[in-house]
Design a protein around this ligand. Structure first.
Ligand code: TYC
Length: 101
């Protein structure tokens, strides 16, 4: 293949300077204690107590709350860590990851 060359096409995110972002969403349930939700938010999302309490109460009252927005790998890692804490404690606590528009 002498004389050939490859030109890589830049990804759309490179051209626009805008990487795709993903929301981590906290879902309400009827069984996980409020204090446990606060503990998970503080541990995984580095929130202080007041912020964690506000996010927990928003999910409790409205059914769901956006916790934070990250690039895909970080969003998926934090979702898995937070769900793992709930699972290990025997609670149905659920976080999901969703593409941000
Ligand atoms: N609804 C739960 C209770 O009353 C508390 C809770 C809040 C659970 C938010 C999950 O995402 C959640 N014990």
């Amino acid at each position: 293949m002498a004389g050939t060359s490859t030109v890589l096409k830049p990804k759309a995110a490179t051209l626009t300077g805008r990487p795709k972002l993903y929301k981590v969403i906290l879902l309400n349930d009827d069984y996980t204690p409020r204090e446990f939700v606060v503990r998970v938010l503080k541990a995984v999302f580095r929130m202080d107590r007041d912020e964690a309490y506000r996010v927990m109460m928003t999910a409790h009252q409205r059914g769901a709350c956006v916790v934070a927005v990250f690039t895909l790998e970080i969003a998926e890692t934090k979702t898995a860590q937070a769900n793992g804490m709930g699972e290990r404690a025997g609670y149905p606590l659920t976080f999901t990851t969703e593409r941000e528009e």
